[in-house]
Design a protein around this ligand. Structure first.
Ligand code: SF4
Ligand code: MG
Length: 329
């Protein structure tokens, strides 16, 4: 069946002075209307780059899309002329970033910035745009919206600035919102508030969401499915409950074991040994093998392909079933 968004076998590389970094190596994921997919991984795993490819903000060298398709409502975005691509960006698929301060213009009032696309792209009058901006600021729960239209970004707290950016992203009623580490720069209490807001907005607006994060702790309550990325690949893909109950990839298992649990006192948290690979020299076979507690010779020699597990999940591990059974114990 047709998905709302369908990324198929995407390959992206960065061509640098020192060589070619293979940052995305065959990523496939999909999104259906109204659902939330969390894309999880360490920095450098390729989760943001995939999102930038979807948004069409990657096209300039040294980033090169080698192959793949990004189907939105059945049309391949990678084949659309730039003019039509622009129509999709913001209007169909919008994105918010970690750093609201650098995404906003310091010399314009926030109301003006939120209303910019409405005036320029929708051709709204100033008065109509203003009314809609107040509506949007109320929607993202900025207190006293009507009186804060003229305030500059620096007059808002970090959390409130993130709400301003969310309001901007929602201005054109996108069907997909991509949130790239939307709470990473914020303190824990504010993080939870922003995640709650995003979850409510997604439900209320019937919008699909891709939530990119390195923090497995923030996605459990929000996401329907999780795709775990490592070295530019999706190593595990599952619905949230199955993945938490019994991860089927050693990397996911390691991530879960490094989250503090409220119900276990005096626990010793484990961490995954070693570092993510240099993408110019990705290890042979399974790219996770230098760090994997389950490693065997076959892992060094043979690239593991997605193993489809009974309940519709996949894991790119030669020993996926064993790892899952081991996790479930
Ligand atoms: Fe570990 Fe081998 Fe599975 Fe890779 S394929 S995750 S090295 S057990
Ligand atoms: Mg990133």
């Amino acid at each position: 069946g047709g998905h709302l968004l369908d990324v198929r076998d995407l390959h992206v590389e960065f061509r640098t002075g020192e060589g070619v970094a293979r940052v995305i190596n065959g990523v496939s994921y999909h999104l259906d209307p109204g659902e939330t997919l969390a894309v999880l991984g360490e920095s450098g795993s390729g989760k943001s780059v995939t999102a930038q490819a979807i948004m069409g903000i990657l096209d300039t060298p040294p980033a090169v899309i080698r192959s793949g398709e990004i189907l939105y409502q059945g049309r391949d975005l990678l084949k659309l002329p730039e003019e039509q691509r622009r129509q999709v960006r913001g209007k169909e698929i919008a994105m918010i970033f970690q750093d609201a301060l650098s995404a906003l213009n310091p010399v314009f009032g926030v109301g003006w910035q939120i209303g910019e696309t409405l005036r320029q792209r929708e051709g709204m009058s100033k008065a109509d745009a203003r009314a809609r901006v107040v509506e949007l600021m109320d929607l993202v729960r900025i207190p006293g919206a009507a009186s804060r239209l003229g305030d500059y970004p620096h007059q808002f707290s970090g959390g409130m600035r993130q709400r301003v950016m969310i309001a901007m992203a929602l201005a054109m009623n996108p069907k997909v919102l991509i949130a790239d580490e939307p709470t990473t720069a914020l303190d824990v209490t504010v993080q939870a508030q922003i995640m709650d807001l995003l979850a409510d907005l997604r439900r209320g607006l019937d919008m699909a969401m891709i939530l990119i994060t390195h923090d497995l702790g923030v996605v459990a309550d929000v996401a329907d499915r999780i795709a775990v990325m490592y070295a530019g690949r999706i190593v595990e893909h599952a619905d949230v409950r199955s993945l938490y109950r019994a991860p089927a990839h050693p990397y996911t298992k390691g991530l879960l074991e490094s989250i503090p649990r409220m119900d276990v006192r005096g626990q010793e948290l484990s961490t995954i040994r070693g570092l993510p690979p240099n993408l110019m020299r990705i290890p042979s076979g399974c790219p996770f093998h230098p760090r994997c507690p389950y490693v065997q010779q076959v892992c060094v020699d043979v690239v593991p392909h997605d193993l489809v597990l009974g309940d519709g999940r996949t894991s790119a591990c030669h020993f996926a079933q064993e790892v899952r059974d081991d996790s479930a114990r």
